[in-house]
Design a protein around this ligand. Sequence first.
Ligand code: ADP
Ligand code: ADP
Ligand code: ZN
Length: 214
Amino acid sequence: MKLILFGPPGAGKGTQAKLLTKCFKLPHISTGDILRNEVKNNTDLGRQAKGFMDSGKLVPDTLVTEMVKKRMAAKDLEKGFILDGYPRTVSQARSLDEILETGIDTAVYLSTSEKVVVQRLTGRRVCSKCGTNYHLVNMPPKKDMLCDQCQVPLYQRPDDNEATVRNRLKVYLEESSGVLDYYRKQNKLENVSGDLDSEEVCKIISKNIFGSLK
Ligand code: ADP
Ligand code: ADP
Ligand code: ZN
């Protein structure tokens, strides 16, 4: 199963990817996580990407696609993968089809509204060890600001402030919405409401897309 999770920032892609990988034992590939790791390790790629990420702009296609190509060459993807955060432009979608040769199976579009996005992203807190996403109100950790699994402190991403969030939404509308048409034309787009409870969203994806697969 080669599955894409697509949608505006804050739609719940990372959260769904984590829930689905638990059920279906598929690797979760998040371009945002890979990039943040490169920044943390101060690599060449990280230094090139940082400015774009901090201001909520897209990292140039060539850099991100090269990174995805490398990840796709790894041996652990024989059964498929859940790809979160890529493609974000039509050019990236074309590159992915070239990399995979046979293309993807399904792109799940998690739809939601600007109001929900701003509430979710400004309240998002992330585990610094395992990357699990929490939310101050919607999905708080059991103990004050510590990850339920790792017991390490949660942090707020530097791009999750309101001004940058609004900019990311603008960038999404301008540069990423073409990806919807791209997969619609291939008959591979599945629309799921991102506004539902996260367990509910996961159930719908599991039932409609994975079917009896388990
Ligand atoms: P994305 O990867 O699309 O940017 P996340 O999965 O990180 O989105 O979710 C953004 C924020 O919203 C996180 O703080 C997360 O805990 C919260 N969240 C995710 N899914 C839901 C949901 N279905 N209902 C309420 N809050 C959610
Ligand atoms: P979100 O949780 O808001 O969907 P991500 O964690 O996926 O955000 O991405 C964070 C940032 O990393 C983006 O704002 C962008 O700068 C960069 N990035 C991630 N994936 C891509 C991509 N496919 N193309 C270009 N930039 C990307
Ligand atoms: Zn953790």
